[in-house]
Design a protein around this ligand. Sequence first.
Ligand code: GLU
Length: 602
Amino acid sequence: MPNIRTYAGPFSRTEKPVRRPTLASIAGIALLLASCAAAPASSPSYPQAAPEGLGARRSVEATHASRHMVAAANPHAVKAGLSILQAGGSAIDATIAAQMVLNVVEPQSSGIGGGGFLLHLASGGQIEAFDGRETAPASARPDMHLRPDGTKKKFFEAAIGGNAVGVPGLLSMLHMAHARHGRLPWAALFQPAITLAEDGFPVSPRLHRLIAADKHLKTFPDTAAFFYGPDGSALPIGATLRNPPLARTLSAIAQGGPDAFYKGPIATDIAATIRNAPVNPGGMTIADMAAYRTIVRDPICAPYRVWVVCGMGAPSSGGIATLQILGLLEGFDLAGIGPGSAEAVHLIAEASRLAFADRALYVADPDFTQVPQSGLIDPTYISGRAKLISLTASMGEAKPGDPQGRTSRANGLDRGEGGNSTTHISIVDSDGNVVSMTTSIENAFGSRMMVRGFLLNNQLTDFAFSPTQEGKTVANAAAPGKRPRSSMAPTIVRDAAGKPVLAIGSPGGSRIIAYVVKTLIGVLDWELDMQTAVSLPNFANRNGATEIEEGSPLERLTLDLEALGHQVRAVPMTSGLHGIRLHDGGLEGGADPRREGEARGE
Ligand code: GLU
């Protein structure tokens, strides 16, 4: 048994939920937070900036509200969402307004040129899962990310230009959600974003940094002209960025609905930009645009201790992996172990290995491949897999399991690095409707190609680059009309009586799963408030090295984790967790200190 410094008592398996934090866990939290607080916000002015540097983070205060709340990646978006709630709008109405503003102020992350997944919990109790994932055009082929000599392209060889652009799903998804749950007129929800695109907004430190660091934006003259000055320098912090073309695009969609986007001149421009791309021209047509459909799916739900956790099923791997990891950990006394310990990181990492092994083999678009979704979260299957977790040694690389409903497949590639793109919004309205939505244009700035003021995604790089392995087709191989596997994990937790407990999600590529799991365990097992759970240092295991957040106190666990057999890597882990916890009629917000967002309500 290796010497574990922060060992707080024997690991024990427990049948019953253990909800009380121990002294050790309280001490662990205090230590973590003291070391995490870093510098206070450098300026109280708006927008708040994360300081530069490794493990950099702002200090973010927990926020509370009694009626409604918005948690999102930028204060402009939160303001827009709140103004809609104040005007009597529903959670979906506020989501649409906040998302459109994010398209303006956080253009690198999400927008109408991309897609996403939305969970909606109606105050009556029903959860719907809206799948607005980008879809491959009819021209897509399994070998689309191979070079002529049959070798795999490098990521940026495939991501930039037209070929990796999927048909955007965001607008279609939001329109369908609005038709079911909207209260204010569609057009009114676009006004905050249109005004901001016309009047301009100050470039945030994060946006400036990402523009300055990007190697591909200048490939396309329109994009370069938008993000750089005439001398080629990145837009400085605080410069006013106006986007009149986007204001016009959003006005057209506000008036004409999604048809103004999926048919007519905007669709024609999107298809032409992709087909005429100077790099990686693609084959998208206006027929592909017109054919886009949002799919309303059942959410994927499973009990965890005294709660029920619901997430997005395939084509996202986010919900399946999150529920698997929680299920695998249910027999361990996480509350007794507490955060910040090698034991906690070890156990969660081991559970994560098992989930990622299954993810690689089984999860893809369920309309194209049989995904054994219920088998993968079946309690008997999960308890069998949990026996593979040792308390004293890492299992090393996990093998996929054998769930009910499986068909023989080859392992899919998992690129899985996760960049600086993607965004998560959580909203609760005064009727108790809850939205948890993650949206993305994939890599930061997507394909780098702009059409009428917005960036086009590169989401088709989420398909496997190698369509076959040892002669077998991989589940996540590209095909016409198929949706690439995602890791996005918008999540809603309820108690046994069906009352909502929290909404959470994050960007971060395949590390999203780890960020969401950490936060769920933080709130549910460690009884942390929403902000404290969001702020906890990140760690992940995607069936390889155990990754710990660079610059965080977890680096001190390296030797202990290595003694348990982990290969440890300290890496930047820039989650963008935005969550809301509901308790006794009150709301508690959490905004990720690693980004620029906030959670506000009244
Ligand atoms: N494309 C990723 C996914 O759908 C999200 C990218 C990111 O979060 O960086 O899983």
